[in-house]
Design a protein around this ligand. Structure first.
Ligand code: UGA
Length: 427
């Protein structure tokens, strides 16, 4: 099948390479010329495990990238996977999706029936109220001359390829029966073991927001419990251990720590808050989820101050910049507010991350260490901001850690290794 994908970000590109590996002819469209060239030369434009290998196999063969929408002609299904960033006020910015629809409308004028699938995260009713009217500028009628579906993605950075190959569920929101049946057939043929949920367009849009908001809520919930546990000298991870066998609770996504970051959870919760407010609702719980998250990095500072006093002039190593392990992505990482606050406190900050690069705004104000050892050797106080497995090697660096305290914002050590002084943010 000839498949078009607009937007070669981590969702579009991961999905495109997987579909190419299943034998489809894939056309990727992106406005970024440099990215397009990289993809066509078989190189991944960002770090995502497994992506390089698939690109090397399929780029220039059955996967081609282009900046021009003409390449989408003759596609049977076109997925829109462009970003939906936040506006200044936290609401969702739909302009990239609208722009893609404008350009697609031109293509629609010259094509037969094609199914257009919105994969970008968009607030409920966007497809009906915003995108379909733009697509219909082509003079063609949605649901008759072309199909429309909303099909949210549930991929995680760092495991996007595997997540797409083994989707835990496929949600298909359809404008009409024919569109939904066409997408369902496509997924059944390619991913026969994934359950499919059929709904209407706006329900599919809400499923995505509700899923991310729920995940964020779980994290803020356990962080709040963890903050209480800390006061009582209780290990919140042991508390979860005792909760997780209840099938109504489960044990996933209850890792307490410095809070959630990334390009999705914070952005989507804020967008849902704004959207709910526009509808006249007061989303108290969601607001608290964000508030708790924003305060967590400060807590890592507080516990250190309680233990070692003022941080002014003290050398502090921050281990980890990425918003989570397995990625170089810094978007909304909790490491940044932590570093900013440390600098405000007058600390001298040394930063180390095995993959992520220091953002420009911190250039000159912090020192970069080239290795874990270098970071901890220089510092008096150590703070862990990302859950890199690699940080377990601290266990082997006891000689440089003598008299120093490691403050964990992410749980690295379940058992405190003998000879290391460790204190957790909420355990
Ligand atoms: C998230 C969702 O998990 C995906 O299902 C969704 O498809 C994606 O957003 C999206 O909307 O595109 P992602 O942003 O890649 O995926 O990262 P997560 O693995 O969810 O982690 C988000 C943040 O929460 C990280 O900072 C992580 O360290 C933190 N986290 C996660 C915790 O603090 N505790 C946990 O128990 C789990």
């Amino acid at each position: 099948m000839k498949i078009g994908i607009i937007g070669a970000g981590f969702v579009g590109l991961s999905m495109g390479t997987v579909l190419a590996s299943k034998g489809h002819e894939v056309v990727l469209i992106d406005i970024d010329k440099a990215k397009v060239e990289k993809i066509n030369s078989g190189e991944a434009p960002f770090y995502e495990p497994g992506l390089d290998e698939l690109l090397r196999k399929h780029a220039g063969k059955n996967l081609k990238a282009s900046t021009g929408y003409e390449a989408l002609k003759n596609c049977e299904i076109i997925f829109i996977c462009v970003g939906t960033p936040s506006k200044q006020d936290g609401s969702v910015d739909l302009s990239y999706v609208k722009d893609a629809c404008e350009k697609l409308a031109e293509i629609l004028k010259e094509t037969g029936y094609v199914l257009i699938v919105i994969k970008s995260t968009v607030v409920p009713t966007s497809t009906e109220k915003e995108f379909i009217p733009i697509l219909e500028k082509s003079g063609k009628k949605a649901g008759k001359d072309f199909g429309v579906c909303m099909n949210p993605e549930f991929l995680k950075e760092g495991t996007a390829i595997r997540d797409f190959l083994e989707q835990d569920r496929i949600v298909i929101g359809a404008l009409d029966e024919k569109s939904g049946n066409m997408l369902e057939r496509f997924y059944r043929e390619n991913f026969p073991s994934s359950p499919i949920v059929r709904v209407d367009l706006r329900t599919a849009e809400m499923i995505k927001y509700a899923s991310n908001a729920f995940l964020a809520t779980k994290i803020s919930f356990i962080n709040e419990i963890g903050n209480i546990c800390k006061k009582l000298n209780i290990d919140v991870y042991k508390v979860v251990e005792g909760m997780k066998y209840d099938p109504r609770i489960g044990g996933h996504f209850l890792n307490a720590g410095i809070g959630f970051g990334g390009s999705c959870l914070p952005k989507d919760v804020r967008a849902l808050i704004k959207f709910a407010e526009k509808l006249g609702e007061e989303p108290k719980l969601l607001k608290s989820v964000i508030e708790i998250n924003e305060k967590q990095p400060e807590r890592l500072i507080e516990i250190a101050k309680k233990r070692v006093g003022e941080l002014k002039g003290r050398k502090v190593a921050v281990l980890g910049l990425a918003f989570k392990s397995g990625t170089s992505d810094l978007r909304e990482t909790r490491a940044l507010p932590l570093i900013t606050k440390l600098l405000e406190e007058g600390a001298e900050v040394i930063v180390y991350d095995p993959v992520a690069k220091l953002p420009d705004e911190l250039n000159g104000s912090v020192k970069i260490a080239n290795s874990l050892k270098e970071a901890v050797e220089e510092a008096e106080i150590i703070k862990i901001a990302t859950d890199w497995e690699h940080f377990r090697e601290l266990e082997k660096m006891k000689e440089c850690l003598e008299g120093k305290i490691i403050f964990e914002g992410r749980r690295i050590f379940d058992e405190k290794p003998y000879g290391l002084e460790i204190e957790g943010i909420c355990w």
